[in-house]
Design a protein around this ligand. Structure first.
Ligand code: GLN
Length: 342
């Protein structure tokens, strides 16, 4: 059950000869603004879900916090609610660190070393490691994400951490820093992630020291962001890897589309199929309550609301994203029958 042989020989190199893109544009700014306000009002009183508490520092977040941000490919943003609140990025860091590793190793080598299939198991599963010959199934659940962090460029833990922090900052368009409180809290309680790292090392599917890798991974999860930062990061993935606010090329377009592919297959853990079925765009959620969504060529969307469902996905975030995806026309699979030329 390795799933690896596919797709070894691409018929052309799209970095050299970019193919056409498949999507259109977002609506005009006034309509986006109105929709963002509408969706915020619609779901702000929704009270399902529970704030994560397995990392003690996350348990204090107010369940009432709710922020939404959309950034289009011209870097214009449309935001409402708790847009200045800082929170730890957690699992939303994973696709961006995967992008860095694809850039370092090449996206084919990254696929071979990390995998790109969904696990069908919760994000912190050891069973997923034991039951699959490939051990790491994809870079967006903890096992594959910790292996991804182990492949970050640099010979030492400090160099890897610098490379990760710098690249995620380039995605966000500002210097990101760590929450010392979340880092200390998660470091004191992350025995399960340490276990995953050691298990992967025993299978030779971790590429750096397990304890140091877990530490860098915990730092990466503790980076502080706002919902605006996440929307800019998502918009960079929607814009062929160029940050639409700073104009910086953060990642190549070939890496960008692979990152979106793994987000589509695994971004919402074991509910990724439901997400794609209902919403139809790549997304990534995190345990502090954020979800990023990327509509290729159209823009990035981020929501922040701490109460989570049983799989660890923000309840209000999923509702708001579904509503906005429909109203903004984000679903990648949507088409309507063509008017037949008579
Ligand atoms: N740092 C968290 C962990 O490893 C990230 C999990 C998440 O956001 N789902 O447990």
């Amino acid at each position: 059950m390795t799933g690896l042989p596919m797709n070894q020989d691409l018929p052309f190199d799209e970095e050299a000869a970019p193919s056409r893109v498949s999507t259109g544009d977002l609506p005009e700014p006034p309509e986006i603004r109105a929709l963002v306000t509408e969706v915020y009002e619609r779901y702000r009183h929704e009270d399902g879900g529970a704030v994560a508490d397995y990392i003690p520092a996350l348990a204090d977040a107010s369940p009432d916090l709710f922020g939404i941000a959309v950034v289009n490919p011209w870097g214009q943003s449309f935001e409402i609610g708790d847009i200045d609140t800082r929170f730890s990025i957690q699992s939303v860091s994973k696709p961006f660190v995967f992008a860095l590793v694809c850039d370092t190793l090449g996206y084919e080598e990254a696929r071979v070393r990390l995998g790109v299939n969904s696990t069908g198991f919760p994000f912190n599963s050891l069973m997923a490691v034991e039951l699959n010959d490939q051990r790491t199934m994809n870079p967006l659940v903890n096992a594959g994400a910790i292996a991804t962090t182990s492949l970050a460029p640099g010979a030492t833990a400090d160099e890897k951490w610098d490379a990760i922090r710098q690249r995620l900052s380039a995605f966000a368009g500002r210097e990101l820093t760590m929450s010392d409180e979340v880092y200390a809290s998660e470091s004191a309680t992350n025995l399960r992630n340490q276990g995953i790292a050691h298990l992967l090392k025993s299978y030779e599917r971790l590429y750096f020291d397990p304890d140091e890798t877990t530490d860098v991974y915990t730092r990466q999860c503790s980076l502080e962001v706002t919902v605006h930062d996440l929307a800019v990061m998502a918009a960079t993935l929607a814009n062929g890897g160029v940050n639409p606010v700073t104009g910086e090329t953060v990642i190549g377009p070939g890496v960008c589309r692979r990152v979106l592919a793994v987000m589509a297959s695994a971004g919402l853990y074991e509910l990724s199929g439901d997400w794609l079925y209902q919403i139809g765009v790549p997304g990534k959620s995190g345990v502090s309550g954020a979800i990023v969504t990327v509509a290729p060529g159209k823009g990035g969307l981020a929501t922040y609301s701490p109460p989570l469902d049983a799989a660890g996905n923000s309840v209000r975030g999923q509702l708001a994203t579904k509503y906005l995806a429909e109203r903004l026309g984000l679903n990648l699979f949507a088409s309507v029958p063509a008017a037949h030329p008579s």
